[in-house]
Design a protein around this ligand. Structure first.
Ligand code: URP
Ligand code: ZN
Ligand code: ZN
Length: 461
């Protein structure tokens, strides 16, 4: 059924204006004033509402392993939560076990997503073991629509890679139109500090923060940026959490390195005191890098407002409090690292608009457009334009809600944002022209999402 979105205020990363949108099939075909509905066209009234390009979340861990367990959301529950939060595209990580091929890792995710995902999805390949055959595989990834590779500089003994792997991957990726993403923390330093704290009997969640301080992140950020500079590659920093790391990205950029920085919603809201909540509740805030000092969240808001960091992702990596987080009751290093946020991401980034920290256009860029451009989805996704996919969010700026686990859709058993009051919520969401969320409730169907073969990476500097 064709669709007409009427009377809304359209907001893109660059423009804000009143117009109607006509959708035929999956695409936007007309944008204009006072468009008339044809017989059989579904009309969505967006009076007093914004119409945004739907969110794109380039950092999710659905159906993913972590510290001996698996994330609590699969492709069905995780993408329903994403949709209800206004996100219609994700790029999920495919972990490579040591000795495994990238193809096998990606195929496993293609299989688990196919019958379940309710929104569109792409994949990042993750390399933990750069064998000669994996080096050869890198060149084959773009033909499969996988145009980014993730490397971990942390998690010594499991996913951490050495500097030779980093520079070689950067060089191969550059040759093949692939963007390298790094989790930048010095894994040796974090491991040393963890062991030192445990030896002193410091086993509680609050010790997660001193086990990986800001300089541990900043050092790895500077090192990875330098390696990218040496081979002339672009580099993407996931989940940047502190001003020390932002400064290293800025330094690299000042030297001409195409260093792109992402932060996550939780770094805008929480600090290390949350790790010290009583009754082991602090374990909910054990994500990596950890929540930082109280002065850091305001600085992260400034970094996203000013453009030092260009993307807000969720790093949705949900582990239940009961039965998963409690694996680390006697040892904080055994608490599965990660937190949920796929549904909360747009809502809580938008509070920056409510508070006057972000313009509406900057908000759209941070949660949608910049990710589309960086990860080979633009202009099919990430904007409102003729020919683009009709992935739209009708956003109600007047709606208010007190966030609670019961109001959200992930299958994880908590939200970091419990009790926080918000203004501005997604109301109706469309995926390629089909209404999948109405009044914040999901009305689509399992398997309605589609694999996105992403275009090769091109630098925007
Ligand atoms: O704590 C986190 N971020 N868990 C997910 C894995 C990662 O490092 O991104
Ligand atoms: Zn990470
Ligand atoms: Zn992550």
């Amino acid at each position: 059924m064709d669709l007409l979105v009427k009377n809304g205020t359209l907001v893109t990363a660059t423009d804000t204006y009143r117009a109607d949108i006509r959708v035929a099939g999956e695409k936007i075909v007309q944008i204009g004033d006072a468009l008339e509905a044809d017989t059989g066209t579904l009309v969505v009234d967006a009076t007093d509402k914004y119409v945004l390009p739907a969110g794109i979340d380039p950092h999710t861990h659905l159906a993913s392993p972590g510290q001996g367990t698996t994330t609590a959301d699969d492709y069905l529950t995780g993408t329903i939560a994403a949709a209800c939060g206004g996100t219609t595209s994700i790029v999920n990580f495919c972990f490579q076990d040591k000795g495994d091929s990238l193809e096998h890792a990606v195929n496993q995710h293609i299989q688990s997503a196919a019958a379940k995902a309710v929104i569109d999805y792409g994949f990042h390949a993750m390399i933990s073991d750069l064998t000669p055959s994996v080096v050869d595989e890198i060149a084959t990834l773009p033909a499969r629509g996988v145009t980014s590779i993730k490397l971990f500089m942390a998690y010594r003994g499991s996913m951490m890679v050495d500097d030779r792997t980093i520079i070689k991957t950067l060089a191969e990726a550059k040759r093949n139109g692939i963007l390298v993403m790094v989790h930048a923390e010095n894994g040796d330093a974090a491991d040393f500090l963890q062991q030192q704290l445990l030896a002193q009997g410091k086993i509680d969640p609050k010790y997660h923060a001193p086990s990986r301080p800001p300089r541990v992140e900043a050092e790895a950020t500077a090192r990875a940026a330098a390696l990218a500079e040496v081979v002339g590659a672009s580099i993407y920093f996931v989940h940047v959490s502190c001003t020390e790391a932002v400064e290293e990205i800025q330094r690299a950029r000042a030297r001409g390195v195409d260093a792109i920085g992402e932060t996550c919603t939780h770094y805008l809201y929480f600090d290390e005191e949350d790790l010290d909540r009583p009754s082991f509740e602090g374990a909910k805030w054990v994500y990596t890098p950890p929540p930082r000092g109280k002065h850091q969240p305001p600085q992260m808001w400034r970094a996203i407002a000013g453009g030092s960091l260009g993307i807000v992702a969720s790093d949705h990596c949900p582990f239940n409090f009961d039965g998963q987080k409690d694996l680390g009751r006697d040892d904080f290093t055994r608490i599965p690292n990660g937190a949920p946020g796929i549904e909360e991401r747009l809502i809580f980034t938008y509070q920056g608009v409510v508070d006057g920290r972000l313009s509406l256009n900057r908000f759209v860029d941070l949660v949608s457009t910049r990710a589309a451009k960086t990860f080979g989805l633009y202009p099919d996704k990430g904007t409102i334009a003729i020919g683009s996919d009709a992935d739209l969010v009708v956003w109600d700026p007047a709606a208010e809600l007190t966030i609670s686990k019961s109001a959200l859709h992930s299958s994880v058993d908590y939200t970091l944002y419990e009790g926080k009051k918000v203004r501005g919520l997604p109301d109706t969401v469309t995926l390629r022209g089909a209404v999948i969320v109405e009044n914040r409730e999901y009305i689509g169907q399992a398997g309605g999402g589609r694999f996105i073969a992403r275009k090769p990476f091109t630098s925007h500097v």
